[in-house]
Design a protein around this ligand. Structure first.
Ligand SMILES: [Fe+2]
Ligand SMILES: [Fe+2]
Length: 184
């Protein structure tokens, strides 16, 4: 039997997959020494996190509201908001800045803690799994919204055909090279 038709990922598999992508990028950042490469990886991780946070907040979290503990649910939003402050600063910053590496490090620690709260035993995902949630249907909805959000973010970037880099236009001060396709 052909295995070419991949089964869509359920919601939790999709979100965990995003978490692994982000962890891989943070690891690459740690192992990289060239400033320009570090900046590129840092901005990539920020975009991955923005897409991920958006689909969780718009699709996943509302679907599990009332099913998971209120405390965990509320903390998840507050942790996202906390991370967004550093994400905005990193996207707007440069690897030449004194605190750039520290910001990325602190962001990685915040994300590590947050991912643990989502993935640990009896964490947000486990509670959602135990509840009456259509994880397959939710996976399809998350994947669809993810596509839209990536398209929206890509529209907000300016693609420089000559250098084949993408310039982040939300902050005209900076022109980091980003590869929007990586977000897929
Ligand atoms: Fe997450
Ligand atoms: Fe989250």
């Amino acid at each position: 039997m052909s295995r070419t038709t991949a089964k869509p990922m359920d919601a939790i598999a999709l979100l965990k997959n995003d978490h692994r992508t982000v962890e891989g990028l943070f690891e690459r950042f740690e192992k990289t020494s060239a400033k320009s490469a570090k900046e590129k990886i840092a901005k990539q991780v920020c975009l991955e996190l923005m897409v991920h946070a958006t689909i969780e907040e718009e699709v996943f979290y509302p679907a599990v509201k009332g099913i998971v503990e209120d405390e965990l649910y509320n903390e998840a939003f507050v942790e996202h908001d906390g991370a967004k402050v550093l994400i905005a600063e990193i996207l707007d910053g440069s690897a030449d800045e004194e605190f750039f590496d520290a910001k990325v490090k602190v962001l990685s620690e915040m994300i590590k803690h947050h991912v643990k709260e989502e993935e640990q035993r009896d964490g947000l995902f486990a509670q959602a799994k135990k509840g009456d949630v259509d994880l397959e249907g939710l996976g399809v909805a998350l994947a669809a919204r993810k596509k839209e959000v990536i398209a929206q973010f890509t529209r907000e970037f300016f693609f420089d055909a000559k250098t084949r880099i993408v310039i982040y236009t939300l902050s005209p001060r900076r022109a980091p090279s980003l590869e929007p396709n990586r977000l897929e």
